[in-house]
Design a protein around this ligand. Structure first.
Ligand code: KG4
Ligand code: ZN
Length: 352
């Protein structure tokens, strides 16, 4: 069974083809990231305009890479939420049109669920991918950490799950992005903060870990604590413009702030995940979402958790079409309802 997946929920345009929900045949991603860098964040108008131009070449590219054609495709899966409305529209309208013209079943896929399903990929003949040593087995605990989500979800089976906790304010990726701005680092913030943190001392500054009830997260307090720390280290007051703070910090101060922040964010996640494992005893933990490409997080959870950690190749953690092609394959295999190609709408605020 061969599924084409299309993803366009934020600034990436991705298309991929997956066999039997486990074998990656092709994965092409175009990003408009550089165009957003000068604004310090994604500009929805720019993202959607670039997606309009790139989506057809990206889909053609994925067919070429897979050395296959439409006759071999069994279904199309597309992200219909959550995400930016204008970006989602580009992917959904393209998928609807292709489903009608090529007469293929259409699956509407949830972006966050897609991040988790990237862990079911286990092989490819494409160069440069590493896969987890084992596939997820039920029950598993999914830890989704991205620019829009921070949540813990307990899966008892495919498409049967219970949300244990989610963020009450900022997502962890948002906190990385905002700390990057305070430190004057380029967009996207996560990788920039992680890179600088390797040169800093994570114990130099003590930052607060939010104490939330149950399994909920909160990252806005940590983000504000980093801002206050940068202000005090720069010797300025609360009203000093935050975009000029980095000029007043030494390279060593910035590296130590980045490292202390990263350490605290990772430790917050580790605490929550350890407690959930004690209570629910899952067979493994699946780590997903853009922040799952963070090396400290991957290494810390791998060494500290009492059960196996399953985490996709970093290229499959940030937004891509492969995660949607994989999720769509499992939706099809588990007889989830098909979408109507004449009426499928976007759902920008979709939750799990
Ligand atoms: O999953 P994703 O690509 O998009 C959303 O669905 O949100 O996640 C993007 C987020 C951004 O906040 C980005 O800064 C963060 O993931 N990120 C990282 C790293 N790579 C990407 N955060 C920390 N360390 C990284 N290496
Ligand atoms: Zn995402």
């Amino acid at each position: 069974m061969r599924v084409l997946g299309i993803e366009s929920s934020c600034d990436e345009t991705g298309a991929a083809i997956v066999d039997d929900g486990t074998h990656l045949l092709s994965n092409v991603v175009a990003s408009s990231m550089e165009l957003h860098a000068k604004y310090g964040g994604v500009v929805p108008e720019i993202a959607a305009r670039v997606q309009l131009e790139t989506i057809i070449p990206v889909i053609e590219g994925t067919f070429k890479q897979a050395e296959t054609d439409w006759d071999a495709i069994d279904a199309i899966a597309v992200t219909y939420g959550a995400g930016l409305g204008s970006s989602l529209l580009v992917g959904v309208l393209t998928a609807r049109t292709l489903a009608i013209t090529h007469n293929k079943p259409l699956m509407a896929s949830n972006h966050v669920l897609g991040h988790i399903y990237a862990s079911f990929l286990s092989s490819t003949s494409l160069p440069g991918y590493r896969f987890p040593a084992q596939s997820p087995s039920f029950p598993f605990l999914a830890v989704i950490l991205s620019g829009g989500h921070s949540q813990l979800v307990l899966f008892s089976n495919h498409f049967e799950y219970q949300i244990l906790g989610r963020t009450q304010d900022d997502a962890i990726g948002e906190a990385f992005d905002k700390v990057a701005k305070v430190l004057g680092l380029p967009y996207p913030g996560g990788p920039s903060v992680a890179k600088l943190a390797t040169q800093g001392d994570p114990t130099r500054y003590k930052l607060p870990k939010a104490k939330m009830p149950g399994y909920d997260f909160s990252f806005s307090g940590l983000k504000t604590a980093v801002l206050r720390l940068a202000q005090s280290q720069a010797g300025v007051g609360y009203d000093f413009p935050s975009f000029r703070l980095s000029e007043r910090l030494s390279e060593a101060q910035k590296a130590d702030i980045a490292a202390s922040f990263e350490y605290t964010a990772v430790d917050t996640v580790l605490d929550r995940v350890k407690t959930a494992i004690q209570q629910y005893n899952p067979s493994c933990v699946v780590l997903a979402g853009g922040v799952a490409s963070n090396t400290l997080l991957r290494e810390t959870l791998t060494s500290e958790l009492p059960c196996p950690l399953i985490v996709p190749d970093p290229k499959l953690c940030t937004d891509n079409g492969a995660m949607i092609a994989t999720l769509g394959s499992w939706q099809l295999m588990h007889k989830q309802p098909l979408a109507d190609p004449y009426s499928l709408s976007i759902s920008p605020n979709l939750s799990m």
